[in-house]
Design a protein around this ligand. Structure first.
Ligand code: SF4
Ligand code: SF4
Length: 292
């Protein structure tokens, strides 16, 4: 098919820099994922559609416009309805150390000096869960993703599933690309080892080392940490933080005399289904050899 070359309009870079959105190498606006998140930019509340993201025809632009409008409506409703608080902060347990405040990538936390307590800006908080993982006394919980709830999932999978499936691998998957890649694998009816059992968390930045160790000590043959590509993390730093946590876990396993390759990390975009299948097969083969 013949088609004319298309370049981004003049002024595109200035507009992008004014809004704080990233521009790809070809000069068009960079979205979080051109296949599964093609309207979302890395700036919350800014969505794109049409040729600003790259060359496309009118029907595709109109479909993308509907998706962008729906994303914008969802974002507004989330703030307006406030169905649950962004965070649960236990004021008595909090020592006001400020670690959560400096760790938040979105500057959503502050310490109210007069009230002597940590306050969260509900509209700015993206519910990534990073602050909960840095708080020593465990004073912060992410509603619906509380530490105990994740622990209970781990315990129930390992209680019901251990022995029947091997290798049994608990996969901590982010709700963004981790979820999308598994969804696409299922949709495409691709097969992968049945012992890979997902546990969903909002972002890899909310991954708790405690939960990984808990899974291994309760008998999981391995853990898989599955999330977005580093430059596509929906919460900016999640994938980078997860990589350093995995390095730390491997070090810990080495120190304990356990196999460090029990902990694996995969960073994929939602459409990388074949990469997912071949990598999890490799991981399962490796763990199977250890088991026998
Ligand atoms: S990291 Fe925990 S203890 Fe420190 S200020 Fe934040 S909530 Fe309080
Ligand atoms: S959940 Fe994420 S965005 Fe919200 S305050 Fe904690 S670190 Fe910041």
């Amino acid at each position: 098919m013949l088609s004319c070359a298309m370049a981004p309009p003049r002024g595109m870079e200035q507009l992008a820099s004014l809004l704080g959105v990233k521009v790809a190498l070809d000069g068009f606006v960079k979205t979080l994922d051109e296949k599964v998140c093609s309207t979302e930019t890395d700036v919350p509340g800014i969505y794109v559609c049409g040729a600003v993201e790259g060359p496309k025809d009118i029907p595709e632009s109109v479909a993308q416009a509907s998706a962008a409008a729906s994303c914008a409506a969802r974002a507004v409703m989330k703030v307006a309805q406030k169905p649950t608080p962004a965070l649960l902060i236990d004021e008595e347990a909090c020592g006001k150390c400020g670690l959560c405040v400096v760790s938040c990538p979105f500057e959503a936390l502050s310490i109210d000096e007069e009230e002597n307590k940590v306050v969260v800006d509900e509209a700015t908080c993206r519910r990534c869960g990073l602050c909960a993982t840095v708080c020593g006394p465990g004073a912060i919980e992410l509603p619906n993703n509380e530490r105990m709830q994740i622990s209970q999932q781990i315990q129930s999978i390992l209680k019901d599933g251990s022995g029947a499936l091997h290798p049994l691998v608990l996969a901590f998957c982010c709700d963004e690309c981790g979820y999308s890649v598994l969804d696409s694998v299922g949709f495409q009816r691709k097969r992968y080892p049945p012992g890979i059992i997902p546990i969903f968390i909002p972002c890899l930045s909310s991954l708790s080392i405690h939960h990984v160790i808990e899974a291994l000590s309760l008998g999981a043959d391995g853990v898989l940490i599955l999330g977005c590509l580093e430059d596509r993390c929906h919460f900016e730093e999640g994938a980078i933080k997860a990589r350093s946590k995995v390095e730390f876990i491997k070090l810990l396993l080495r120190e304990l005399g356990l196999l460090e390759n029990k902990a694996n990390i995969l960073m994929l975009s939602g459409n990388m289904t074949q990469d997912f299948v071949s990598k999890v097969n490799e991981i399962a083969d490796r763990l199977r050899r250890v088991k026998t």
